[in-house]
Design a protein. Sequence first.
Lengths: 590, 282
Amino acid sequence: MTAYAPPLDDLRFLLSHVVDLTAALGTTDSGAEADDVLAALEEAGRLAADVIAPLNSVGDRHPPRIENGQVFTSPGWREAYRQFIDGGWNGIAGPNDHGGMGLPMVAAAAAQELWQSASMAFALCPMLTQAGIELLHAKGTEAQKTRYLDKLTSGEWTGTMLLTEPQAGSDVGALRTRAVRENGHYRLFGQKIYITYGDHDMTDNVIHMILARVEGAPPGIKGISLFVSPKILVNEDGSLGQRNDCRPVNLEHKLGIHGSPTCVMAFGDQEGAYAELIGEENRGIEYMFLMMNNARLNVGIQGVGVAERAYQHARHYARTRVQSKVVGRKQDGLAIIHHPDVTRMLAVAKARIQAARALYLEAATLLDLARTGTPSAATRADLLIPVVKAWSTDLGVDVASMGIQVHGGMGFVEETGAAQHYRDARIAPIYEGTNGIQANDLVARKVARDGGAAMGSLLEEITGLAGRLIDQPGDDLPIIGEALATGARALGEATDWVVTTFDSDPRAVLAGAVAFLDLVGTVVGGWMMGRAALAAQGLLAERQGDPQFAEAKIILARVYAEQVLVRADTLARTVTEGGRVLAELDEAIL
Amino acid sequence: MHIVVCIKQVPDSAQIRVHPVTNTIMRQGVPTIINPYDLFSLEAALAIRDEHGGTVTVLSMGPPMAADSLRRALSIGADRAVLLTDRFFAGSDTLATSYALATAITKIASDQPVDMVFCGKQTIDGDTAQVGPGIARRLGFHQLTYVESVETIDRARRTVIVRRRAEGGVQVLRSELPCMVTMLEGSAVVRRGSMADALRAARADVTTWSAKDAGIEDISQCGLRGSPTVVRKVFAPQPRKEKAVLIEASAHDPVHMAEATIDTLFAALPGLNAELHAAAAR
């Protein structure tokens, strides 16, 4: 098993020279400065690498088990979780007035990548708690905040999200869990599935955020309300009381993320599960949208995290495995990393990971700026979030697959650990809105609805950057600039087609939506790499920073331009030419 | 309680390489770490502070970049940091180092009396284990080396009881305060920095003292001039030509093991039998 080395050099570079960390810090009252964030990330990296990363394969091989209505996590996970919360990491972006550090989203996002690389299955637990914190902070009553928020922020208790039911997956409006009013609170009856960390033994209590339908509510998504319902009831003085009428009835057997207990949860086997309404009745879906951008950003970061881990694994193997003489090299016994195709696989993976990392940091920074009411930042964030979610999680699967390929047959057997990353990565394109749904959201709500205005302003910026890159001396930056200009043109044409065709032929547009999202990811990834390359060249000119890192950054930006960005034209044609046949295709021929 | 912990920034020996020709350590590009033995002493000091209250001051002598290690110690939980850095310190051996550190501790104690000094058992780059005892001697403190645990501290009587690993057993020692302690490796699990500590450390000032600031009056006792140690030669030992011999014997039968060993000896030394007989005859 390869040790995980947190990519602190890239995070430090991107946070210092590419995205505007200082502006993001200015939106908080944390009082922290850029250097503080970088120091905190270094410490987070140690915990991720030393404590959490070694447990990843333990969770995979010894998954949680359920006994007498109680879930027990994998060996060592309780202790690691204790270290995680003792270090204060759970509350990194949590509200100051409830014990959090109040750091901006972009700082939390960078730390999130470290946890996700260390172990996706482990990091899911605090990731879901974060969503619960956001909901309670935004819409909870003072009493609810007092009861639940401090302990969720510290991580002493964890949070869950209960949406899915057997008949209500992507179609949340079909859910049937009932809420019955009773003396100022409610009783819940129903069954929820796919509940991540729905029950576990790492904390004394689990706080469920659950969607249900109050009796007599309108059908569909307009009749859904949001509730908070604890595993153990909380007394007035804050101490723990009786067990609530909700329990895990089963654990799912899954393809990956084995360490994360995915529960089937039963509510109301007896008197009904005690629950408190959050906000007002029938506005549950609206509230869920409040934290959706953050949740989708975090899932996108999972894609980057697992890709980084799988990439490091493959790189280590490629440096140690010797097979066949290397073409064009005199020495014998060279490792396979010197074979041109293995070099290609690793270089393209690294370039794409760096692009996706820069993109999620940019999106997180925009979410920070949007919170303090910068409308242009909010619009840009809305545009980029589905791309971060879908493009990065597809990247996770691609890179994990590449990792197995580099290992050859050794990757297909479980012992090397390369296969686990592939199995783990596969969930991320599915949950938190499938990547198909992200693509539909992008074309319909984020591009067609405003007539391509938000995309137009982004493309203007990208074209401006391409021009600056073309004007730079040397070979590399102009080549990157040309590729970016071509990609931006292709994206502009595809955007125009989406905007003009959506009303008349929405099926044709939606048939090409995934290709469109891939195109946007490809071009904005190039935009981020172009910005990074320009910053790297500036540092080299001023003799600042680590010259090796800056030179490598420029080379990887060129690899991205020549291996990834060139696909923009083809993707644009897939969008504009490929949709019509698919839209009317008779399912009988399938 | 005011505890001073002396730490040293060293190259990470796990990532170090030795120059094949000159036999010197190639330091370029090797990441630095806090001497791992020092961390056990730092942990012991922090645990005492957490129980009894007080302050932990970390002290280091080294180039300006050694401030990184002090900052790291702050992020683990130390309260303040002092760096001794001056060109006069360059080339110090353990005698000169203990002089400089002891003088600085005296200076630190002039603000707030020092109850205990902790040092690492030894460093992973020098491996002499001399600096801690050198400091104790110069300060006139009792020294408690190779300590596996600090058992109790009686603040009223100003005494400490420790368990010290000694050849053939464990000594339980009581000493008056102030004293100097070096902790054994594995004596505790070194704590992990919290996010709050990391943020505090990023902002904390590392007090930087020159030789003069530290109250050092006699520069001739510092650096190369104050270091009588002379390294005459550094070499990598040649691998020995002899090869080990594997003797197969039953693991559960001591008689068989003895016989197999003796048979192997006699087979390897053909003249031995005759020699023994001759000796017996005399």
